[in-house]
Design a protein around this ligand. Structure first.
Ligand SMILES: [Zn+2]
Length: 209
């Protein structure tokens, strides 16, 4: 199909079609857009890709994405460094921040446990989380960690990861409170439309008023 294109065009289409959600037709459309664009715009795109790979790494404390040794959240003295929220991916930090409800710090695990796919505890930043909790200065500013919020996804692998970490923390650090995000009912939704898993969890996670 794309074999009638000159090799450089084929190469661009091939690279673009590796992106998530980009099929071969969209890849061709994007490639032709880039071909029509000015040399400056095309260079800016190539340079942005190169720069993000060169400059962005993982925070040495929480493993969130950062262009410095420590991310902005870990460096912020106004954050509660005794409260750690464990999430699966760096992209999970963004919705948590958007709530403006959370003022602690994070720990990005780098995925969720899935023995079927070969993802075992040692493949995630789980031991690093235990080390943070165990060390006196675990909160990055010398604060002792009081609470770990397990905010892994409400999926089979996310739940398994949360259970694994909760069990281990109960043993290693009994003084630390371990909490899980309440999987609540969607705001504005009728009870009758909630599936039983969601409703069961909302009931189990009920709070006193
Ligand atoms: Zn950090």
């Amino acid at each position: 199909m794309s074999s009638s294109y000159a090799p450089p065009v084929q190469r661009l289409v091939g690279e673009l079609s590796k992106l998530p959600g980009i099929g071969s037709r969209t890849a061709q459309r994007l490639a032709f857009h880039i071909l029509r664009a000015s040399a400056e715009d095309a260079d800016a795109l190539a340079e942005a890709i190169r720069e993000v790979k060169q400059k962005i790494g993982l925070c040495e404390v929480c493993f969130n994405l950062t262009d410095q040794p420590r991310c902005r959240i870990c460096q912020d003295p106004r954050r509660d460094h005794g409260l750690i929220c464990a999430v699966e991916e760096p992209s999970d930090v963004i919705p948590m921040e958007r709530t403006h409800e959370y003022h602690g710090v994070y720990h990005v695990l780098g995925g969720a446990l899935s023995p079927i796919d070969g993802v075992e505890p040692e493949h995630l930043k789980i031991s690093e989380l235990f080390a943070r909790v165990a060390s006196a200065g675990g909160g990055a500013d010398g604060a002792r960690v009081r609470e770990v919020v397990l905010a892994t996804n409400p999926t089979t692998t996310g739940e398994a990861t949360a259970l694994h970490i909760a069990d281990a923390l109960r043993e290693r650090a009994p003084a630390v409170t371990v909490t899980r995000l309440a999987s609540g009912l969607p705001v504005g939704a009728d009870l009758e439309y909630a599936d039983e898993v969601t409703l069961g969890k909302a009931l189990a996670g009920r709070r006193t008023l």
